[in-house]
Design a protein around this ligand. Structure first.
Ligand code: HEC
Length: 198
């Protein structure tokens, strides 16, 4: 390995470290672990509805199903976990999923990391932020566009899909994605109770 390769390797590693930076929380903190589990649970719940609807009724039926169930699945994961749970994106389909300023900033950071050529499949970001008097633990993880996604989020949509989207989501911004693009992110938050250490 020559010197240039080593430099490239070091640069890549430091970018990955920057991306995984947990500003106030150690990598192994309970909150990070909980957020990771929640990502898996929430993602699996969404995917099972999507995949079974696609298999039984194709994209039009699946659109209807996601329209009815996505917000309900979000809500049930929030209730079960006690966290605030959502998905967001720089280009949202459902305006309920629009990012706040902090989420927009982190989404932009993920985009920058991707433009720099990083693989974001393991990326995540967490930070403790102050919301008034309250300390809040916040966590985000990118959601990458897969082959399955482009029938409803891609560039060449079937005209029936386009029609249905216009009816269900007249303000839809979530098309034009390619496989590998960042479709959005999971975003979770939880208020941190003040500890009684003296
Ligand atoms: C059958 C069509 C369909 C397919 C296929 C599909 N989605 Fe969606 N997607 C939707 C609909 C409808 C919504 C809006 C749900 C709602 O009302 O909250 C949505 C919303 C989202 C959101 C929330 C942010 C936003 O734009 O409102 C993300 C993130 C997302 N989809 C990612 C994906 C990914 C990743 C895949 C592939 C694994 C995928 N979708 C496949 C229809 C689809």
């Amino acid at each position: 390995m020559n010197l240039l390769n080593i430099k490239v390797l070091l640069l890549g590693t430091s970018l990955l470290l920057a991306l995984n930076l947990h500003a106030h929380e150690p990598e192994s903190s309970n909150n990070v672990q909980e957020a990771r589990l929640l990502t898996q649970k929430f993602g699996a719940d969404l995917k099972s509805v999507l995949v079974s609807a696609m298999q039984t009724g194709g994209p039009i039926a699946a659109l209807q199903e996601c329209n009815i169930k996505a917000q309900a699945i979000t809500e049930s994961n929030a209730i079960a976990s006690g966290w605030r749970v959502a998905r967001t994106s720089l280009k949202v389909r459902n305006t309920n999923n629009a990012p706040d300023a902090w989420e927009r900033k982190i989404l932009q950071q993920f985009e920058e990391q991707r433009s720099a050529g990083n693989d974001l499949s393991k990326a995540e970001y967490s930070e403790v932020v102050n919301d008034g008097d309250e300390a809040v633990f916040r966590y985000m993880k990118p959601i990458i566009t897969a082959g399955l996604c482009v029938s409803c989020h891609g560039s060449n949509l079937n005209s029936e899909v386009t029609k249905k989207l216009q009816v269900l989501y007249p303000d839809d911004k979530a098309t034009g994605f390619n496989v590998g693009d960042i479709r959005g992110a999971y975003t979770f938050q939880k208020s941190l109770k003040v500890s009684s250490e003296n």
